[in-house]
Design a protein around this ligand. Structure first.
Ligand code: BG6
Ligand code: MG
Length: 213
């Protein structure tokens, strides 16, 4: 097999938190009188919390101090974490769980490479807290995707060279990060239009075909 390890992005790949991000950013934007919609929310995929805030604040005609920005990011996160409490193992699809189990049964190491600082909390909500061989998240890195740091560190945690790792991503920034780290990327959802992706997945279980090569 070409790949020894698979590193999964979390949000938009293993489970779907987009709606909760949207609602939490929308609440903050409304409080600040800033226009925010689903299209802007789409641009936040894969990028860090502080970079997301910068994108949200682009629509404002005033400038914000660093203290204000930290406060607003924290405020959004409190709302977001409250919303995440609605998640349960039901938010992990049967298809995703079964595919993960089959990949593991093939002897592949499985890891997470996520920009989110809430990754472990989300994994615990969906019943995967102890499932992965490595979890590299927003708390482990100082540079966000498209920088490859999160995937390079995840590969090191999995003791697997980059060329034997496959990254699964739903965001352009994530595909770019994987490629910059010397890894192949399987793109799912909107990221499928990224030319840099080595594989396109119509559905998550297509990974079984890709990983069998
Ligand atoms: C990524 C999401 O996984 O995590 C982004 O795709 C989000 O939309 C980023 O901004 C940071 O998340 P958190 O949970 O640390 O605020
Ligand atoms: Mg994602």
């Amino acid at each position: 097999m070409k790949y020894q390890a698979i590193i999964f992005d979390l949000d938009g790949v293993i489970c779907h938190t987009d709606r909760y991000h949207y609602l939490a950013w929308k609440q903050l934007a409304d409080e600040l009188g800033i226009y925010f919609d689903e299209t802007i929310n789409h641009r936040l995929r894969g990028v860090s919390r502080m970079e997301s805030l910068e994108i949200v604040l682009e629509r404002s005609d005033r400038t914000f101090t660093e203290e204000e920005k930290l406060l607003y990011a924290e405020k959004k996160n409190e709302v977001y974490k409250e919303l995440l409490k609605q998640m349960s193992p039901k938010d992990l699809s049967e298809e995703v769980k079964q595919t993960l189990d089959e990949l593991r049964a093939k002897g592949l190491k499985l890891g997470i490479g996520s920009s989110s600082k809430n990754a472990r909390f989300i994994l615990s909500r969906i019943g995967l807290e102890d499932y992965f061989d490595a979890v590299c998240d927003g708390n482990c890195i100082s540079r966000s995707k498209p920088d490859p740091e999160v995937f390079v560190k995840a590969a090191a945690m999995l003791s697997t060279p980059a060329e034997r790792c496959l990254v699964v991503e739903d965001a352009k920034a994530g595909v770019e990060a994987a490629v910059a780290g010397g890894m192949d990327c399987a793109a799912i959802g909107d990221a499928r239009c990224c030319e840099q992706a080595a594989h396109g997945l119509t559905m998550f279980s297509d990974l079984l075909k890709v990983a069998a090569d």
